[in-house]
Structure formats: C-alpha cells, structure tokens
Design a binder for this molecule. Structure first.
Ligand code: UD1
Ligand code: F6R
Length: 371
C-alpha cells in the first residue's frame, strides 16, 4: 500500500522518521539522573563478551548493506577497540579470504536472502567464526543461520532501491558499537552524546526531508547529464558510495562515489566546467580537508554541488557558482543517516523526471538469490 505516495521508493524515503523510531524502540535506555544511558540489543546480550574478546570484526555484505557497514566502521573502531575490516561478500568468496575462529563476522542484509552473503556466512561458519546477522527479515536464511543477531525492524521494504533499510542498518550498527564498547569514564560523554543523538535522529530526519522540493529543482538541472560524481570521506565516504549507487540504479545515470582523499590520485583529471560534482562537507574531523578539496575543485572550474551543515553555506561556498544543500548537524557518526536523505530524494526525482521505473529498475531484483 503506497498510501498518498506515487511510488514505494518515495514512501520509504519519507517514512524514515518512523522506521528509525521502530528500529530503536525498546533498545535505548536513557535512565534517570543517576542511571547511565545505555543500549540493549536483546539478540546480542549473551554474546557481547565473545565479541569483545574477538581478534577482529569483519563486516560482510553487498551493495547498500555493505555501504551501511562502511558508514558504521569508524564508530565501531572507536568504541570497541577491536580492529574492523570490510568484505564485499562475493569478493570474500572469490578470494576464499582469511576468516578465523577468533573472528566475529557480521553479515548485513536487508532481505536476509542474498546468495553471496549467505554463501559467505556458510564459509565463515565453517571456519569457526562467531557469525552475527543484521537483517530486516525475521525468519530469513541469514537470520536463521547466524549464531545471533539484530533485526533492524524497519518494516517491509518494497522498492528495489534500498532506502529506509540503509538508515536503520546504520542506526543498529551504531547501537552495536555502543553495546560492544565498554562504558568507561573517558568515553562516557561521547556515548551519551551518541545516545541523545539517536533519540533525536527521527526529528532531524524529518527536518532534512523538507529539502524534497529543493532536490526536485536540483534534479531538473541534472536531468540530461551523463554522469555525476560524489566526493566524500571519513564517516561520509559511505554516503558518497551509497548516493552514487542510488543515482545509477534508479535514475540510470552513471555516478561514482569517490573517496575525496584519492582525488589527486586520478579523479581530478575528470574535473572540468561540465561534469557535476557533489561534495559532502558537513562538520566533522574531516571538515577542513573537505574545504580544501572544494577550493581545489573550484580552481579547476568544477560544477560543484556542496552539501554542508546548516549555517555553513556562506563560509564553505564563497561565490555564486555553487549549488548548496544545507543539512541539519547531528553527532558525527550519525551524520551519514542525515546526509544520504537528500541524495535519495535526488535519485528519486531524477528517475521520475527521466521517465524511468522507480520501484523496479531495469535488470534488477529486490533480493539477489543467485550468484
Ligand atoms: C525480541 C523479539 C521482539 C520482542 C522483543 C522483546 C523476535 C523476532 N523479536 O526482540 O518481537 O518485542 O524480543 O524483548 O521475536 N537473530 C539472529 N540473527 C539475525 C537476527 C536475529 O540470530 O540476523 C536472533 C537474535 O540473536 C535473537 C532473535 O533472533 O535471539 C531475535 O532478535 P531481535 O528481534 O533483534 O531481538 P530483540 O530486539 O530482543
Ligand atoms: C541497492 C540495493 C542492493 C542491495 C544488495 C544487498 O539499493 O538494494 O545493492 O543492497 O543487493 O541486498 P540485501 O541487503 O538484501 O542483502
């Protein structure tokens, strides 16, 4: 049921304040004045000790689910003190890459049925790793075959392009980082800021959704383009990859997410006055580096669309040759949840304006159950 919406993808983008609320329901403990704020993930509580003791955490997923894990990697590294590595499921299988008994392997999958992820799970399980699932589908193969896990509870996702599952996956993995990480005096303020940030996140998503009309205008400008680059780094490298994935899979426009730190190692050669480039430059530890990326792209006459934090437009984008997307600021590790929303909206409007099928893009299936 699409309700008042024309497409499932549109409905699922706009229902993210609600899906995120459901994802967090019963899992955040805010406590009174003397009680520490904490998280409770029922499916993991008996396994946290083993996870903390593991030598490594390995994220495994495909497509959007891989991107969600990538967005969550920095906060998991920061809070858990366990090294975190990333594996695209098919590549892990192609290489028969190393997975050990001392590893915790985390399988991220909206459907819980993706063949590559499921085969990687079987492989990791045979190698003796603790296998944790993060899935949206109760009773799915991945939920059944993992040793433990967390349901993201985002509600059924029908549009082939994953939107609300992505943001709920990031929120679950932020909660996972809080659950694995010890509550020490030195990190208490950080933990509480993240928990407060999670509580307020649905409101902030509601706020960023108000950019809908603005994103439609931007889509009109880009309708006939051949290509769109998206530059991000740090927490928002994943946002760049995921934004580009949305644009290519539904709007059928070439798009590439680029790690901004790699700009000078090749991608800079593409920059001219014609190619549109989205640069994500919201406030976090990488902000000043992104400012210098903007200056360098500008010096080469790049057609820039800058995503920055509210109030930063004037300082981040001097001159009028820029388009600006101003987004609400949240705790740095949660910023990917906010920053992907305008790009989801952009991909959606581009698709409708270009006349393509939004909910069932050419050649794609909702769950990829063959290798
Ligand atoms: C569970 C109930 C929820 C109830 C809540 C009350 C289910 C599915 N969930 O939620 O309805 O409101 O208790 O306390 O009945 N699991 C895996 N692999 C996965 C995902 C989950 O093994 O990929 C396992 C978990 O380890 C857990 C079970 O499935 O044993 C349920 O997980 P989850 O729904 O996340 O647990 P709760 O949030 O506690
Ligand atoms: C993109 C998309 C795909 C899936 C991928 C994994 O919008 O939907 O990239 O994310 O096929 O699917 P799941 O998460 O079901 O394992």
């Amino acid at each position: 049921n699409k309700g008042n919406y024309e497409h499932y993808m549109q409905k699922e983008i706009h229902e993210q304040p609600e899906s995120l609320t459901t994802t967090m329901r019963g899992r955040l403990i805010r406590g009174g004045s003397c009680k520490a704020k904490s998280v409770l993930l029922g499916g993991l509580k008996d396994h946290l000790k083993t996870i903390r003791r593991s030598r490594r955490i390995v994220f495994v997923g495909c497509g959007t689910s891989y991107n969600a894990a990538l967005a969550s990697r920095p906060i998991l590294e920061e809070l858990s003190d366990v090294p975190v590595t990333m594996e695209v499921a098919s590549d892990l299988l192609d290489r028969q890459g190393p997975i050990y008994r001392e590893d915790t392997a985390v399988f991220v999958s909206q459907s819980g049925e993706t063949a590559d992820t499921l085969n990687a799970l079987e492989y990791a399980s045979e190698n003796g790793a603790l296998c944790v699932g993060i899935t949206n589908t109760v009773g799915s193969a991945i939920a059944r075959h993992t040793h433990c896990g967390v349901h993201i509870n985002a509600g059924a996702e029908i549009g082939v392009a994953s939107t609300k599952a992505y943001t709920s996956q990031i929120v679950v993995m932020a909660m996972l980082a809080l659950a694995i990480g010890g509550d020490t005096i030195s990190n208490r303020a950080r933990r509480e800021a993240i928990i407060d940030g999670l509580c307020d996140l649905p409101n902030k998503v509601r706020e960023v959704l108000k950019l809908d009309a603005e994103m439609k205008e931007l889509a009109k400008l880009l309708i006939a383009e051949q290509s769109l680059l998206v530059f991000g780094r740090g927490y928002n490298y994943a946002t760049a990859l995921e934004g580009a994935l949305k644009v290519k899979e539904v709007a059928l426009m070439h798009s590439e997410g680029i790690l901004a730190g790699e700009m000078k190692h090749g991608p800079l050669a593409l920059v001219d006055e014609n190619l549109p480039i989205v640069v994500i430059a919201t406030r976090d530890a990488c902000f000043s580096k992104q400012q210098s990326v903007i200056q360098q792209l500008h010096a080469r006459k790049g057609r820039l669309i800058v995503m920055c934090s509210k109030g930063d437009a004037a300082s981040v984008c001097p001159g009028d040759s820029y388009r600006v997307i101003e987004v609400p600021i949240v705790e740095d590790c949660l910023q990917p949840v906010i920053n992907i929303v305008p790009l989801q909206l952009l991909a959606y409007h581009l698709t409708v304006l270009r006349g393509y099928n939004v909910d069932q893009p050419r050649n794609l299936a909702k769950s990829v159950t063959t290798q």
